[in-house]
Ligand binder design. Sequence first.
Ligand code: BGN
Length: 276
Amino acid sequence: LQNIANELDLRKPIEIDYNLKNCTYHGVVLNNEDINIDSVYVTKTFNKTFIGGEYKPSRCLPLIKTALIVPYRSRPNHLNIFLNYMHSFLQRQNIHYRIFIVDQNDTSPFNRAKMLNFGATEAMKHKYNCLILHDVDLIPINTGNIYGCTKVPRHMSSSLDTFRYNLPYLTLFGGAAAISSEHFKKVHGMSNKFYGWGGEDDDFYRRLVQNDLEPCRFPPEISRYIMLPHEKQKASENRFKLLEESEQNQKTDGISSLSQNYIVKLEDLYTHIIVS
Ligand code: BGN
């Protein structure tokens, strides 16, 4: 095996400092149970939610109140799987949560970060103090991956099947991440300038580091996700240039510079925020 490994130049995986000491959850012992991957596509067993996709466990007083914010445009199959699965997953965690789907209802390139800014703005109006910024195609597998906020922002989807459960680079902050609304406001939210695929999460990571909010991660076994299949998107061309301007734009480009308006519709399983 060693000979084969040498021949294939298999290097040792990078050793990662997960910054665990900042990632405990008020002493809560995490229940660490893998959900059978086969059930991902068929899960439909969850309790009834309040209109708008809000849920509070009735038999305990939850410690956590989370807004799950999902940028979205025309992926009905993903949305259907995501909602059914996530309600079931989150209810196993006994948390108070509400799902916000932020729908970019226009034809310009998709602007993930701007949709997250709209979702966060709406969630903060309803006093959600923990924001989870989440792609619609990501499915968490381990129930120990608590959908709550840690002392510092947390990158949640660090062990993804499409990356062979490895972290591709240390400063990755895309996919799924948890941040308190206090910290989100402190860094002025995300940039509104990133149209098309890529870079907006790297820009956000820079904002966090510049504000002394170096993110943490849970161990990889807990941070496992699978990605629902879809075609690869074309990366935007100006993302490198925008990243160079990241530092100087931080204070003027974010939640306080959102120009459009949005409408809110309450559906059974989610709050629909329509941005046009
Ligand atoms: C990176 C993208 C991220 C994306 C990850 C994972 C850029 C900026 C140029 C350096 N960053 O390459 O946005 O989340 O891949 O897919 O493209």
